[in-house]
Design a binder for this molecule. Sequence first.
Ligand code: SF4
Length: 653
Amino acid sequence: MRYAETGFNLEIDLSRGNIERVETDQRLTELHLGGLGTNAKILWDRVSPETDPFSSDNLLIIGTGLLCGTPAVGANRTIVSTMSPQTLFMGYSMMGGFFAPELKYAGYDKVIFRGKSPKLIYVWINNDKVELRDASHLKGKGANETAELIRQELKDPNIHVAAIGLAGENKVYMASIEQGRSSASRQGVGAVMGDKGIKAIAVRGTKDINIARPAEYIGLCNDVLNYIKYRAEHPIKNVEPIFEGLGSPQEMKLIDEKWHTTGFMWGNARTRRKDYWTKEVEEKWRETQESVRTRLISCYNCPMKCGAIISVPGISTYMMKCYSKLTYTMAAFSNLDFGFTIAQRATDYGVDGFSTPQTMAFALELYEAGILTDQDMPGMPSDTEGRFYWLLDRIVRREGIGDILANGTYWAAKQIGKGAEEFAHNNIKKHEQLPLKLGMLNPVYFLMYCTGEKANITQIEGQFPQEPFPNREMREEFVKDWIQVPDEKFKKYFLDWEPRGENANPLYPTPQMASEIVEWMEKMHYIDDALGVCAGLSSFPLKPPYHMHNYPAFISAATGIDMDQAGLNKIYQRNRNLVRANNIRRGLSRADEKPPEDHWKKRFPEIEEKLLDTYYEYKGWDRNGIPKKETLNELGLDYIREDFEQRGIIKNE
Ligand code: SF4
């Protein structure tokens, strides 16, 4: 019997219209867990590095995490993996909501698409019955509308649907896969879904998931619930409200946006407005938010309610969560009511709420600089809000200048030329990032931004505070109940980290300490992404309920696999190197590992080189960031070593 996982994948060849239910190899679960780990293994095995993201040989994997569908709180992530048209590397993007548990209940751990459908289809997975159905009547429909039409057509309101909007159909690089209560938005996964001719995947499942040791497992789940309650009653002291608790940043509850609006950048990551937040603005924003937020909602089996149903008069309702509340507003130098209104259209078109507003602000900056002209923007309105709608409509249709902008700022700048590259300044690995500009180089965050394979800083952040606390008393207070640290040394690193002086950025934490801290942060992300646990309850907040001390017990009780911290650490290392190997084979090198160029005002090239050298060494990689032979052999990744040797990536001595 298989525990926690179903033991079956759905393999769908869209070119042939062939559907197979394939039993998986349990040994792979022991080596990689599930989710991101096994997705990366499948991509390594089956997608050659020469494969173009829009080739029919590219795969689109809709994977569930190993614990999804079990009673583990917040285990609901779908991990969508493919070769990304945006970065040209392996892309993986997560969505919460209800989709992954439903897919497990239908009897599948993953759906693996290959080929391309000759006509637009949607997939209907109803337990053992799986069909590819004509979707020509859904062409051009919004993502949320598509989901609703499919539920009506199949006469079941409980079906969960992941759909693309117009942007995905038109292979816009920033196209998302929308799922009602969440979306997989980054790295162009919606564009690949559109390229494959899949409008939507609808799923309904009524089967059970087996748990190896149910009583023990329920006890662990209850411990997590109790901790969530405790943390709600005992917010972390001395930090911004956004860091006090758990979950995704609680933007739908919070009204006070002083921290974001005065600290983050407006426009295309350009301008800080230090005096923006006033009593008047707060009152106005409160009124706006409370008038459109009809109720707070959660993902499957989670009490956190990070999202909200937003209902702006005159347009259909949609779900919003997290920092996307502010991305359109701040990119357009506008107001919150604009942000809530345009986000509805953007969600139905199915676009990433981070890249899209930045790309539109980038276009307007080019226009103001005379690099784009009236000839490029015929009929564009004169007001900024009107311009944002105008640009959005053209980007998702790939019309006129929208066809160039649809590829994001990096590729658009290259195509436009005339100095446009200077304006595409907020990318990592060709992908737009959070709009931040800070003062002094922060060693830990430098390494996370540079070396993270998600190409997304919001998903790299973690349990080690982003800044030193002002004084030692505050730091001592913080470490008192810091049970999540995998090693006591991290408490000392934090206690000694000062805002100024010898033990301050950029010299402290030292490169060695920074490498160790980064490994802890990324470890939690890799484990979450393999288990399908929401980062909001593990790798993202400062003091989460899931951590290295209780994860092994969860995995053991759920799967029956004998797991301890050393074993889990090895799986993380294996998955980390496997994802990296996919990218190395596609050309990733040290030259790609740099933060957005003006993320920090004060940069230190020598320290930055030293940081990368030390981190690579600590990871068992060479100076170019390529895993060494002994590292690969040690992790049982000798097939990667052999491939690298054959390709001349590492020497066969
Ligand atoms: S913490 Fe928030 S985002 Fe995460 S599963 Fe719960 S409701 Fe969803």
